[in-house]
Design a binder for this molecule. Structure first.
Ligand code: AP5
Ligand code: MG
Length: 190
């Protein structure tokens, strides 16, 4: 069993790398952003509520995303392991995730952080915004807010996992394949 948190700011490449990692290591991809977007496109009550936060670049309330992750872990009892992408994003989420995994005896193996500077993040997100349909990619103010929220609420989680000796930062600049090699070499050390 291997459980990886793929960490990093908006546009760091978490989703891109997750798609390659799930194939190589036969893991289940749990992206709270993807789950929320699917709720939005299905026009569920949860989706409509979440949209009001996502469209401003704010975080959806902790209890909503923690509930979603709990359901997904429960639904994948026989998984080889999980890649957590975009979760946890706050200290209460990290504490809840540790509790959920520890009670099942499947703790986090490591957090791998993709380090990318702000200018590059903005460039990538605006570029994707041209055709992704993601409303939060199309406006520089919303992108800036996502990065600000990340720096204030999410970045401190690096220290939370570092205290457990589980944090590893890697250079998130380069080609997708170069970065994939860096991520894999960290996973292979776990
Ligand atoms: P979420 O969907 O998680 O978005 P995000 O964290 O803002 O990050 P992105 O998905 O935009 O970036 P990414 O790191 O996955 O990069 P990607 O691979 O796509 O969250 C969206 C919203 O949902 C949040 O703002 C919040 O409202 C809500 N939410 C989600 N989870 C939540 C939680 N836990 N708690 C509360 N609220 C939550 O790449 C980005 C672009 O760059 C792509 O176009 C890609 O092709 C390109 N790219 C990738 N790698 C490279 C490379 N090496 N070089 C050049 N371009 C690259
Ligand atoms: Mg993503």
């Amino acid at each position: 069993m291997i459980n990886i948190i793929l960490f990093g700011p908006p546009g760091a490449g978490k989703g891109t790398q997750s798609n390659k990692l799930i194939e190589k290591y036969n893991l289940v991809h749990l992206s709270t952003g993807d789950i929320l977007r699917s709720e939005i496109s299905n026009k569920t009550k949860l989706g409509l509520e979440a949209k009001t936060f996502i469209d401003k670049g704010e975080l959806v309330p902790d209890e909503v995303v923690i509930g979603m992750i709990n359901t997904k872990i429960e639904a994948n009892k026989f998984a080889n392991g999980f890649i957590f992408d975009g979760f946890p994003r706050t200290l209460p989420q990290a504490i809840a995730l540790d509790a959920l995994l520890n009670q099942r005896n499947i703790p986090i193996s490591g957090m791998i952080a993709l380090v990318v500077e702000k200018e590059e993040l903005i460039k990538r997100l605006l570029n994707r915004g041209k055709d992704s349909g993601r409303t939060d990619d199309q406006d520089i103010d919303i992108i800036e807010n996502r990065i600000k929220v990340y720096n204030n609420e999410t970045a401190p989680l690096a220290e939370y996992y570092d205290k457990q000796n589980k944090y590893k930062g890697i250079n998130g600049i380069g080609t997708v394949d170069q970065i994939f090699d860096r991520v894999c070499s960290e996973i292979d050390k776990l």
